[in-house]
Design a protein around this ligand. Structure first.
Ligand SMILES: *Cc1c(COP(=O)(O)O)cnc(C)c1O
Length: 247
């Protein structure tokens, strides 16, 4: 199947899940996760109409952004854990960081992005004034190997992002513990939606980024406004991230 066909299929899944949940078609945006995939495939997905792409590793993000610099309205979302010493590299190319998980990182990103406004073609519809769009990642399963702040630490982290003039706080992101049965992830998605309600609601946090290839339906049923889909668009990833892209 071609990338165009896969994108069409994923869009149909998103649309069906949105309508099935009694929500308005079009209110869920698709971020295509291109980690470990060559720039040529990103170009194909761009030609199929996609503009938002997610990457996990800074070195890979920077390389692909350079290779695809001619696609000036392509928006890169960093969705993987970010080390503070790489904040500068990220603000130069990214439109959004979906994985802010500490106050120290928020401060560093804020300081850097004040000096590097996001240029107009790369700005997200939700963004404004050249600020870097930020989602705070929450670790709901309490898994040690996953990044994300704890639900208890969320309030303080959101306030820290709000204090940074270079950052535009726009929502929450989570990756639930993996289960073979996608519906088992539903309680985590409901929990992220509830956390949003207890921290200012959709007015303060319009984006709920949750749901991937295998569990986008329960995520949309629980209120996701953004899904991050890799495998269903680009096929299975074979290389091990740590080998291909040492950080
Ligand atoms: C890899 C990844 C995805 C995409 O996962 P698929 O199962 O390939 O759709 C989404 N979000 C994050 C944070 C990821 O690391």
């Amino acid at each position: 199947m071609s990338i165009v066909e896969r994108v069409t299929e994923v869009r149909a899944r998103i649309e069906a899940a949105t309508i099935g949940a009694g929500r308005t078609p079009g209110e869920v945006t698709l971020v295509a996760v291109s980690k470990l995939m060559p720039a040529a495939l990103v170009r194909e997905a761009y030609a199929a109409g996609l503009r938002d792409f997610g990457e996990n590793y800074v070195q890979e993000l920077v390389g692909k952004a350079a290779e695809l610099a001619d696609l000036t309205d392509l928006r890169w979302h960093l969705i993987g854990h970010l080390q503070r010493n790489k904040a500068q590299k990220v603000v130069l190319v990214a439109s959004a960081v979906a994985s802010v998980d500490s106050i120290a990182l928020a401060v560093d990103l804020g300081r850097r992005s004040t000096m590097c406004p996001v240029p107009p073609p790369r700005r997200l519809p939700e963004g404004s004034d050249g600020r870097l769009v930020v989602l705070v990642e929450v670790n709901l399963g309490g898994e040690a190997q996953k990044s994300g702040c704890s639900p208890a630490g969320l309030g303080a982290l959101l306030e820290a992002v709000d204090r940074e003039p270079g950052l535009a706080l726009r929502g929450l992101m989570t990756v639930p513990p993996y289960t073979d049965d996608p519906s088992a992830a539903r309680p985590y998605f409901d929990e992220l939606a509830a956390l949003r309600e207890s921290h200012g609601g959709a007015a303060r946090l319009p984006i709920l980024s949750m749901g991937m290839t295998h569990d986008l339906e329960p995520a949309i049923a629980a209120g996701a406004t953004q899904v991050r889909v890799g495998t269903a668009i680009f096929g299975a990833r074979t290389a091990r991230p740590t080998q291909a892209f040492p950080s």
